[in-house]
Design a protein around this ligand. Structure first.
Ligand code: COA
Length: 204
């Protein structure tokens, strides 16, 4: 799914060939990456960008660069397959944290994932209060826990769509596929069945 859409003042688009610096600013930052697998080395970023840009990886439903209205890079969003669920993950640049962007992004990713799966999950370190709070605000609840991590989930039922706020607004001239929310632009990247790939659930 090559989604491009705008929601709550943020623009979501697939990563492009020129986004190496924007991606590197996120995934090589040791503070941002501390609880999501650790920072990448600079020489690993091009490989990650290549993977995000592959149109045919059935495990990655969406790998999105997120910008504000001025076009400034804000963060990254991922929707990946995890058994019978779709897993969301997100990163916000340090200088943009604490302004509600994480919450907006989580809600947008949930909404996107819900177009393809009744079960949306996220894994979060058990002491990661900001991320847990963001996920709660996006409607996820704790489903299980290990000593280190929580698995949080949101299940879709016909009457459980409340609480996500306004839906994505279409950008002029963009078509949406039947079943996709307004503003989601379908493209390459099929959603075939694939084995679980736990490595992919983090940003590396
Ligand atoms: C987690 C992350 C996405 C949050 O982004 P953000 O833009 O700062 O999030 P928001 O501004 O929308 O909201 C943060 C919420 O957490 C709360 N929060 C922040 N720090 C907190 C802390 N130490 N303890 C408790 N709550 C905290 C905020 O008060 C806010 O909740 P509120 O609106 O009820 O007040 C961002 O810190 C990040 O990218 N971290 C690194 C990567 C990561 O851990 N990603 C998530 C796992 S996939």
């Amino acid at each position: 799914m090559r989604a491009t859409f705008e929601r709550d003042g943020l623009r979501y688009r697939p990563w492009g060939a020129r986004d190496l610096d924007a991606l590197a600013a996120l995934v090589t930052d040791p503070v941002i990456m501390a609880r999501v697998g650790g920072a990448l080395r600079t020489d690993e970023v091009a490989g990650l960008l290549d993977r995000y840009r592959r149109p045919d990886d059935p495990r990655v439903l969406a790998a999105l660069c997120i910008e504000d209205e001025a076009g400034a890079p804000i963060g990254s969003g991922l929707v990946t397959r995890e058994d019978d669920a779709l897993e969301i993950g997100f990163l916000v640049r340090r200088e943009h944290q604490g302004r509600g962007h994480g919450t907006r992004i989580a809600r947008a990713l949930v909404e996107l994932a819900q177009t393809r799966s009744e079960l949306v999950i996220a894994r979060v370190a058990i002491d990661h209060a900001a991320s847990i709070r963001v996920l709660e605000k996006a409607g996820l609840r704790v489903a299980s826990r290990t000593p280190d991590h929580l698995v949080m989930e949101r299940r879709t039922s016909p009457d459980s769509q409340a609480g996500l706020g306004p839906r994505a607004q279409p950008r002029s001239g963009e078509a949406s596929r039947e079943g996709d929310p307004p503003g989601f632009t379908p493209g390459g990247g099929g959603a075939g069945d694939s084995p679980s790939e736990s490595q992919l659930r983090r940003f590396r």
